[in-house]
Design a protein around this ligand. Structure first.
Ligand code: AMP
Ligand code: ZN
Length: 114
């Protein structure tokens, strides 16, 4: 999608710091990290958010989780723990309308969900 920030990042039109890439997903450092590890994992196909997941594209959810597992292994936080967060829609705090999961860790995140 031509006017989508994350499509431009996937296409390398806009620079990012890559953390992981395969045929289906791209992962890069969040520009405004909230923890020592803050990575965004996105499908290479433009999907606005979870509301647009259907049988034709649901495989990306598996790809994103498999990528998350590899990244946590690579960054050494698999056993200490982490959070994989999706914000959906305006009340959910979504600001970029290309499906993405925040992989956050590297410190104790506590019990708060907000
Ligand atoms: P959300 O609020 O869930 O839509 O998350 C969007 C995330 O994208 C925020 O955490 C931003 O810090 C991050 N972000 C925005 N622009 C960039 C960029 N150019 N490179 C990396 N991360 C970005
Ligand atoms: Zn996009």
């Amino acid at each position: 999608m031509s006017d989508c920030l994350f499509c431009k990042i996937i296409n390398k039109t806009i620079p990012s710091t890559a953390v992981y890439e395969d045929e289906f997903v791209y992962a890069f450092k969040d520009i405004n990290p909230v923890a020592p590890v803050h990575v965004l994992i996105v499908p290479k196909q433009h999907i606005a958010n979870v509301n647009d997941i259907d049988a034709s594209n649901a495989k990306y959810l598996i790809d994103i989780h498999l990528a998350a597992k590899k990244i946590t292994e690579e960054l050494g936080i698999k056993d200490s723990g982490y959070r994989l967060i999706n914000n959906c829609g305006s009340d959910g705090g979504q600001t970029v309308f290309h499906l993405h999961y925040h992989l956050i860790g590297g410190k104790n995140l506590g019990l708060n969900l907000l």
